[in-house]
Design a protein around this ligand. Structure first.
Ligand SMILES: *Cc1c(COP(=O)(O)O)cnc(C)c1O
Length: 608
């Protein structure tokens, strides 16, 4: 069927299966609110991570003669895009609920099209033709489709009622007005559990319209930027227009052909992707599992950071911004930003605390060499958080021409999602590379260090919720996670707001953000990206602290075992391997976020 017919998968019931179905790329997913159906979710809907569904998959609440106020409540509370009405709801009822959501009015069909279609013409968005049966909500039986050839109304319809894997048509003219196929019971292993490979094959065979296939597995916030209760955009009113512009445009830009083309090419030839997935034989022997190292240290400028910066700089270009600003602490993000701005010919200003400028001379010199303007910040403690304040002030004063480029999965919505999507190339590659090397896509473990959480978000992304891979985020424990001198945000943190989003952070009981401590500058952050706070809360990933000394020791032994000097941040992830007991067949992927050249002085100090 080549004329853009879509797919609706109805009767979803369990969280894992829901995410799996989403990965097939249907356009609609239906949830049944009807106590007499074996696929009823009336009581269990809150357990489904609906906020995880990508926005382009529309959520449909299926109901039968539900009192209007109940129906409204469901739509509002769970943010449904559409309702599908299977009872004898009146045209007035449809009109009324249509103020809250789109309406699909279902009609049972036997041997002729229903007479009342015209009556509902102005009060619904689509019709749905289903089989006449006693059991509302689907019977699995079909009707004679030949009557549809005579359909002449302008309104598009969904076709349901017993559509099975064997459904096919060579002649689309038999279905004038058809816009979507609605499938349910005939694609199941048991009531509510969909057989996803059957669905994928079906879509492929019929050439059904597939919603954008990139990033369909993964972890997404809802429209307001919330991952469960974390995320959002807590910003001063003066920033609303700036943030709104990003929020309204980022998905469209990321999914545009132009962006995809430019991003892919720059990642390939400039950043140096795909980065190698290297089987670390010596480390494997020591660890007692098959350990692969994802070599983000081989990216240009020496870390994963460039993936994000390249993507956001292209986004800034599409928004026709004239200038890019960034803040930096240790200087790594500043250098990455200065690098890409030089490449793309965009003027770049980096805000940096004057104390950090003195501490980070090599990176300061790099930024200057690359032509960036460096603004020393003299206020407050003259470090990262003061630089952040200064950058935001600048942004508020120059909203039209300036793009503010954030370096991790933090900040107000849409930044965490934007950065996670851009970094998700890491797990996209891991999947392909593992399939090639090991014959399977999903490892048993992924380890990644987490400061703001961007390399971990990228390394986890396509494995989240797959039910097969344990995702381990490694935080900086500093001098000990309970020592008071730590950056173990998930372990020690409590919910609060930092840099525009709600997440877990280190704070005093009266809500003052406390300073983070870690020997590693890249992990020395009192908050963590909201996606990780959510993954932790929902147990979709696990987080453990590794302290300074453990990381430093791991850096040394890894350098000597594999001939790769790791960044101190990445060394935290390496050290975490020692805290697990593996079986010899376990497939472990370790995200080596960056190289260790920048940390040589710290290493020398520790070992001498
Ligand atoms: C910046 C940095 C990190 C920490 O940032 P995330 O956003 O948590 O990934 C980790 N490793 C390296 C090498 C870095 O440069």
């Amino acid at each position: 069927m080549k004329n853009n017919i879509k797919l609706k998968v109805c009767g979803i019931r369990s969280p894992a299966n829901m995410m799996e179905v989403a990965s097939a790329g249907p356009s609609y997913m239906g949830f049944i609110f009807f106590e007499h159906s074996p696929r009823d979710v009336s009581r269990t809907i809150a357990q489904l991570p609906l906020e995880q569904l990508p926005e382009h998959i529309k959520r449909v609440a299926v109901m039968v003669n539900k009192p209007l106020d109940k129906a409204r409540e469901i739509v509002k509370k769970f943010k449904f895009d559409l309702v599908q009405l299977h009872g004898n709801e009146s045209p007035e009822y449809c009109k009324s609920i249509r103020k809250e959501a789109g309406v699909i009015k279902a009609f049972a069909v036997s041997d002729h099209l229903p007479d009342e279609l015209e009556e509902y013409f102005d009060c619904c968005d689509y019709y749905l033709f289903d089989t006449k049966s006693d059991m509302a909500g689907g019977s699995g039986k079909s009707f004679d489709h030949s009557i549809l050839a005579r359909y002449t109304l302008e309104k598009k319809y969904f076709l349901g009622g017993g559509i099975g894997p064997d459904f096919k048509t060579d002649d689309e003219s038999l279905y004038p007005g058809l816009c979507a196929l609605d499938i349910n019971s005939r694609f199941e292993t048991s009531p509510g559990e969909k057989d996803v490979s059957l669905i994928k094959n079906f879509m492929q065979n019929l050439e059904l319209n597939k919603t954008s296939s990139i990033n369909l597995s993964g972890c997404f916030p809802d429209k307001e930027g919330f991952y469960g209760k974390f995320g959002g955009a807590y910003i001063p009113e003066m920033l609303y227009p700036n943030i709104d512009e990003l929020r309204k445009n980022y998905i469209e830009v990321l999914e545009s052909e132009q962006f995809k083309y430019d991003f892919k090419n720059l990642l390939k030839d400039y950043v140096g992707r795909p980065t190698a997935l290297y089987y670390a034989g010596n480390l494997s022997e020591k660890t007692g599992a098959r350990v692969y190292v994802k070599r983000e240290d081989l990216c240009h400028t020496g870390a994963h950071k460039l993936n994000n910066v390249v993507g956001q700089a292209l986004f800034a270009k599409q928004l026709k911004k004239k200038k890019i600003i960034a803040e930096t602490g240790a200087g790594q993000h500043g250098v990455a930003t200065a690098t890409v701005c030089a490449l793309l010919g965009i003027p770049c200003t980096v805000f940096m605390g004057s104390k950090d400028i003195l501490r980070q001379q090599p990176n300061v010199l790099r930024m200057k060499m690359l032509g960036a303007e460096l603004v020393p910040v003299e206020s407050g403690s003259k470090t990262l958080k003061d630089a952040t304040n200064e950058a935001i002030r600048h942004w508020i004063n120059h909203p039209e021409e300036t793009y503010y480029l954030i370096g991790s999965t933090i900040g107000p919505h849409p930044y965490p999602d934007l950065v996670a999507r851009l970094q998700s190339v890491i797990s996209e590659e891991i999947k392909k590379q593992l399939l090639e090397k090991e014959g399977r896509e999903d490892p048993d473990y992924v380890f990644a260090c987490a400061g703001g959480g961007s390399n971990a978000a990228g390394a986890f992304f396509h494995f989240i919720g797959n039910g097969k891979t344990r995702l381990i985020g490694v935080e900086a424990g500093g001098e000990g996670a309970d020592s008071g001198k730590t950056a173990a945000t998930i372990y020690k943190g409590t919910p609060g707001i930092i840099h525009g989003c709600k997440t877990l952070l280190l704070q005093t009981s009266d809500g003052q953000v406390t300073e983070a401590h870690s020997v590693s500058a890249g992990l020395d952050y009192p908050g963590i990206g909201p996606m990780h706070a959510y993954l932790h809360n929902s147990k979709l990933a696990e987080y453990i602290p590794v302290n300074d000394k453990e990381a430093l020791d791991a850096a040394m032994s890894f350098s000597r075992a594999e001939g790769i000097i790791p960044a101190l941040e990445s060394a935290h992830a390496i050290a975490a391997l020692d805290k697990f007991t593996f079986s010899p067949d376990d497939l472990v992927v370790l995200c080596l976020s960056g190289r260790g050249d920048k940390d040589l002085q710290t290493y020398e100090k520790h070992y001498s």
